[in-house]
Design a protein around this ligand. Structure first.
Ligand code: SF4
Ligand code: SF4
Length: 220
């Protein structure tokens, strides 16, 4: 799930200052779960923009805005309102903004209404936590299923560093040191030999940007 945070309303208003007619786009997937760009948040944004003198020409919450087929469907259903707009305020992640832009036939200005924070899991309490940084070369088979690239503040691959204190991270003493967690996990499984193995430096060419993947077509 991609975690987003709505920008402060003053910042959104500053971004749309040159436009009168604005169309709102959310996302029925992550942004709805994060409560940044679901039906409810779009309705609230419409009310605020209208009270600031803007005209909201329409709004839509595609099922999944980063999927071309879904965003095309939403654009098709709102053709007239979009034609009558100057800008689109995207209450979702940067992927939603990119997907809308690539499928937009009206040349509309894209205004991000949210900041995109990180990819996340949602725990049983409904809280979000970053657990993977999409580094392009997963190594957690050697670290007890715990990702040091993400959970260690320095992202070191052979830890812990000299700053660990009573099991806590020197960068953020409220958090457990990732490498202490890895040690405990491997010890419990009787696999401390993995802990002693020196990991090679990460191949950062695997996370060069922009990344893409073309799925091979299967023969019918
Ligand atoms: S090593 Fe960590 S950041 Fe890289 S793919 Fe695996 S979980 Fe994600
Ligand atoms: S204390 Fe642990 S988690 Fe913090 S930077 Fe050092 S090795 Fe990483």
């Amino acid at each position: 799930m991609i975690i987003t945070k709505q920008k402060a309303y003053e910042a959104i208003l500053a971004s749309v200052k040159d436009y009168k007619k604005i169309f709102l786009v959310g996302c029925g997937d992550c942004a709805t779960t994060c409560k940044t760009g679901g039906e409810e948040e779009l309705a609230a944004m419409k009310e605020k923009l209208e009270s600031s003198g803007k005209t909201v020409t329409g709004m839509v919450v595609p099922d999944v805005t980063c999927v071309a087929s879904k965003v095309k469907l939403a654009i098709g259903k709102n053709r007239d309102a979009l034609k009558n707009s100057e800008a689109v305020l995207i209450l979702s992640c940067g992927l939603a903004s990119a997907s809308f832009k690539e499928n937009d036939r009206f040349g509309l200005e894209i205004i991000p209404g949210c900041d995109t924070l990180f990819g996340s899991i949602m725990d049983a309490k409904g809280d979000f936590s970053e657990r993977c940084s999409a580094c392009g070369e997963c190594i957690i088979d050697t670290t007890g299923g715990i990702c040091p690239v993400t959970l260690c503040s320095k992202g070191i691959l052979n830890g812990p560093c000299g700053g660990v204190k009573e099991g806590k991270c020197e960068v953020d003493p409220d958090r457990d040191c990732a490498w202490v967690l890895i040690y405990k996990d491997l010890k419990a499984k009787g696999k401390l030999d993995k802990f002693l193995k020196i990991s090679r430096p990460k191949d950062y060419s695997k996370s060069g940007k922009p990344r893409s993947l073309r799925l091979k077509k299967t023969d019918k």
